[in-house]
Design a protein around this ligand. Structure first.
Ligand SMILES: NC(=O)c1ccc[n+]([C@@H]2O[C@H](COP(=O)([O-])OP(=O)(O)OC[C@H]3O[C@@H](n4cnc5c(N)ncnc54)[C@H](OP(=O)(O)O)[C@@H]3O)[C@@H](O)[C@H]2O)c1
Length: 326
């Protein structure tokens, strides 16, 4: 099969087309003929040697695909050979074929293209797990999303808004802030020209937000604590701004704050299976009704994966970058 591999760690050019054997589905796995594969920031980290491949996973990049089940074990998924699916995979998405546990497959939501479906799994699994499970965003509570126009950000804004929450989001330009607002954020906050702490305090009548979804870390952490409500939860999913922070522990103590975080990729199949069930129940109807829409920034051919990574590293995109495979 045709694929794109990481020939060595380094700049986008290290992503090169290659030929590989079609992977064999193991017990409990299906074989998917890939039509499209999503690009995610963790792929960039993997390419630069900063995100080790979990044991047993493909060394090829790519954490999400959409395509057709062409073989393997569909288990109790209710899916059949020949069905169109999108899937959260542990690697190997940048290829014509990919294997994945059946529990991590979801039907393509009615009305969506393969490109749109391939843009869903990684961010929807991550946002559901971190905002609603770990962060326990409850009825009537507010959410602050850092990086509002990232793939993760556009998903978090739309999902929380569709569930009836007030959402605030930060981004690095006025244009990106307006995009956040069009997706449902009450206010996009340009972190280059505004202090998100002051804006959030003013928008919440000094109360602060209940949950923060943060991909920045570093010196954002004490500032986030400064604009969190009592009993607030800070959920870290990446450390783009640094792995160390000075934490005002007095606030954690007095205001009963929770600092937590997670990474999805190394979690076991059973953990991802539970998220898939929740997504199918609570989120797939919202995608099928059009209440939530995939946000596609740009589509590249599989062989142009290097150009896709180059775009991601400019951070000028809004939403998801997708590779067209078939
Ligand atoms: N924990 C998990 O399980 C998990 C799963 C998936 C993704 N992630 C993480 O979530 C983050 C978003 O992923 P994605 O695929 O949605 O990424 P993406 O679309 O490339 O978006 C990243 C955005 O972060 C913003 N940003 C803020 N500070 C930055 C900095 N110091 N360097 C670079 N960008 C910065 C940029 O927007 P502005 O121009 O507005 O600053 C950029 O557009 C990544 O860090 C990724 O590793 C974590």
């Amino acid at each position: 099969m045709h694929a794109v591999e990481i020939s060595q760690y380094g700049a986008p050019e290290v992503l090169v087309p290659c030929e590989r054997p079609i992977p064999e589905a193991k017990a409990g796995e299906v074989l998917v003929r890939v039509a499209a594969a999503g690009v995610n920031r963790p792929d960039v980290l993997q390419r630069t040697g900063n995100y080790p491949v979990p044991p047993g996973a493909s060394d090829l990049p790519g954490l999400e695909v959409a395509g057709t089940i062409v073989g393997g074990d569909v288990g109790e998924s209710g899916l059949r050979i020949g069905d169109r699916v999108c899937a959260l995979v542990q690697g190997g998405g940048y290829a014509q074929y990919c294997t994945v546990p059946w529990q991590q497959c979801l039907p393509v939501p009615a009305g969506l293209s393969d490109i749109e479906a391939a843009s869903l799994p990684e961010t929807f699994f991550t946002v559901w797990s971190n905002v609603f499970d770990r962060g326990a965003l409850a009825e009537g509570e507010t959410l602050l999303v850092q990086g509002g126009t990232s793939g993760i950000g556009v998903t978090a804004i739309q999902l929380a808004r569709a569930m009836g929450h007030r959402v605030f989001a930060t981004a690095g330009s006025d244009e990106k802030c307006r995009a956040c607002e069009q997706l449902g954020a009450e206010r996009g906050i340009n972190y280059r020209t505004e202090d998100f702490v002051e804006v959030v305090k003013s928008l919440t009548g000094k109360r602060g937000v209940d949950v923060v979804l943060d991909m920045v870390g570093g010196d954002y952490v004490p500032r986030e604590i400064a604009c969190m409500a009592d009993d607030g939860r800070l959920v870290l999913i990446a450390l783009l701004g640094g792995a160390k922070a000075e934490v005002p522990l007095g606030h954690v103590l007095r205001r009963r704050l929770t600092l937590t975080g997670s990474t999805l990729r190394p979690r076991p199949v059973a953990f991802k299976a539970a998220i898939a069930v929740a997504l199918r129940t609570h989120v797939w109807p919202l995608l099928e009704s059009g209440a939530i829409k995939p946000v596609i920034a740009q589509v590249f051919d599989l062989d142009d994966a290097a150009a896709a990574h180059r775009l991601m590293e400019t951070s000028t995109h809004i939403g998801k970058i997708v590779l067209k495979v078939a």
